[in-house]
Design a protein around this ligand. Structure first.
Ligand code: SF4
Length: 483
């Protein structure tokens, strides 16, 4: 294997440097150039170096290469690449070295495929016309058939079915199809609906069975609620953070709160981005800060696998991403174990987007000993409640998550926060910790906290809290109560 490109002595930005000292922009560029030239050894070398920085960026780039440099010269390359990526991810999940084979195969395939830049050039030609020349082409007359509000069948008959580049394959269905089309035309005709003419979707009320002797709405604060009924709880299709938002955005690896139950560590370990030991060191993922963010369908939860602490570098990165999300028109749920200073800054800086933001503050206990053990790096309960009161007084939308609730009796916590909540108070058990492994030191505290989550105790809490207007039970609470 030969590596001919020299490693830059001093890279311009530290964040772009891979563990072996390459700048990842250089790696991606070298990778693409060598794939174009069909140099598979070189290309795999760059890919393997890039993989150490981020395999997701690597595979995203391979997809771009497949479209940009191969395109219709081999249209099957893209689905094959997608399949190889899926196999690669599965191998990674299993901690199995065969992921290297799938990457190697993908690089070989791209290097050995015939090349064409016709798709790239088409995109340049058309987007250039729209964005640079600002042209506006007229709709061609042959498009105005009965599929459009003002069109007609006549146009369809004369112009609609015309195919250029027809395969010439014998078509045994043609006559029968024509007969049915003629008969179809005699049926009453419904014009296509104009914009805004959509029928409303059925409301949850219409979908619910309405038969429950014990019933309560649970589910997202955005109206996607599921009815829990009778002694058997209806299975909620929406789980985890999807109960709160449809999309999660993060821009940092690690979290200085160092919660012992953190599920973010599981993902970090799975994707080779960190471990339980290093989780407290927050590393800004620059490419996620620099990228553009679109308007997503549904609400965005930011962040979900780290917090926004009072750490200048991390805070600035988070504010940059938050600003991009808001400017793109997203509705954002800011989830935090809040530091009052940071919340004040958000309120001062993003006041004009107040209507797009809801705060979800995680407050899991009123007991400082439990908090110091389970969330050693996070702000204290009183700081979090101070942040909540401040945001509430300033007129912002607020919710609280007591997931995982750490006190055997979480009702005093619910009482303490409810007056400052405009939305909901969520309650849920601790999940995942057994999967992460409980150390000897953690065992007594773990045994104590697990008593909170026995089905019988959850059922008692459910009875005690179910009639409170703001209370929402996480799906994991309801499932465990049913066990
Ligand atoms: S605040 Fe959230 S992301 Fe941070 S350590 Fe705790 S559970 Fe993990």
């Amino acid at each position: 294997m030969q590596a001919t490109t020299s490693v830059p002595e001093k890279a311009p930005e530290d964040w772009a440097i891979t563990v072996n000292g390459y700048n990842y922009f250089h790696l991606l560029s070298a990778l693409q150039k060598d794939i174009r030239r069909g140099k598979e050894e070189q290309a795999l070398y760059w890919a393997a170096q890039q993989e150490l920085y981020s395999w997701e960026i690597l595979w995203d780039r391979l997809a771009v290469i497949a479209v940009e440099d191969i395109g219709f010269a081999d249209p099957d390359v893209l689905p094959r690449l997608r399949w190889l990526r899926a196999q690669y991810e599965r191998a990674l999940e299993k901690g199995n070295d065969s992921h290297r084979l799938f990457l190697g195969r993908a690089i070989q395939m791209l290097c050995r495929s015939p090349k064409s830049r016709i798709t790239l050039d088409l995109a340049w030609a058309i987007y250039g016309e729209i964005e640079i020349d600002k042209t506006r082409r007229p709709i061609p007359p042959y498009a105005l058939d009965h599929h459009t509000p003002e069109g007609s069948y006549k146009v369809w008959e004369e112009e609609g079915p015309k195919l250029v580049n027809e395969s010439g394959e014998p078509n045994p269905y043609s006559e029968r199809s024509k007969r049915y089309q003629e008969r179809h035309r005699e049926l009453p005709y419904t014009r296509p609906r104009r914009r805004g003419g959509k029928e409303p979707k059925p409301t949850p009320e219409r979908q619910a069975d309405g038969q429950s002797k014990m019933s309560k709405w649970v589910g997202s604060s955005k109206g996607e609620k599921t009815r829990v009924s009778g002694s058997v709880l209806t299975q909620t299709a929406i789980r985890g953070t999807k109960e709160w938002a449809q999309k999660n955005v993060n821009c940092v690896t690690g979290c200085s709160n160092r919660c012992r139950y953190c599920y973010g560590v599981l993902y970090a370990e799975k994707y080779g981005r960190g471990s339980r030991e290093t989780w407290g060191e927050m590393k800004v993922r620059r490419h996620l800060v620099e990228k553009k963010y679109p308007k997503y369908r549904g609400r965005v939860m930011f962040p979900s696998t780290h917090d926004i602490p009072d750490n200048p570098e991390v805070k600035e990165a988070c504010f940059t991403v938050l600003g991009k999300l808001l400017r793109a028109g997203n509705s954002v749920l800011i989830v935090s174990k809040p530091d009052p200073k940071v919340i004040r800054e958000i309120i001062a800086r993003f006041g004009r987007y107040r209507d797009q933001i809801e705060f979800m503050f995680t407050i899991t206990s009123v007991d400082p000993v439990k908090l110091a053990f389970w969330e050693p790096g996070a702000p204290s309960a009183s700081e979090r409640v101070r942040a909540l009161r401040f945001a509430h007084r300033a007129g912002w939308r607020t919710s609280v998550s007591a997931e995982p609730f750490l006190d055997y009796n979480p009702v005093p916590l619910v009482d303490a926060v409810s007056p400052y909540v405009t939305g909901e108070v969520w309650i849920g058990p601790m999940n995942h910790i057994e999967r992460m492994g409980v150390s000897e030191e953690e065992q007594p505290m773990f045994d104590e906290v697990m008593r909170n989550y026995t089905p019988a105790h959850l059922a008692e809490l459910y009875e005690a809290l179910k009639d409170r207007e703001k209370i929402r039970f996480k799906d994991s609470f309801l499932r465990r109560m049913e066990e």
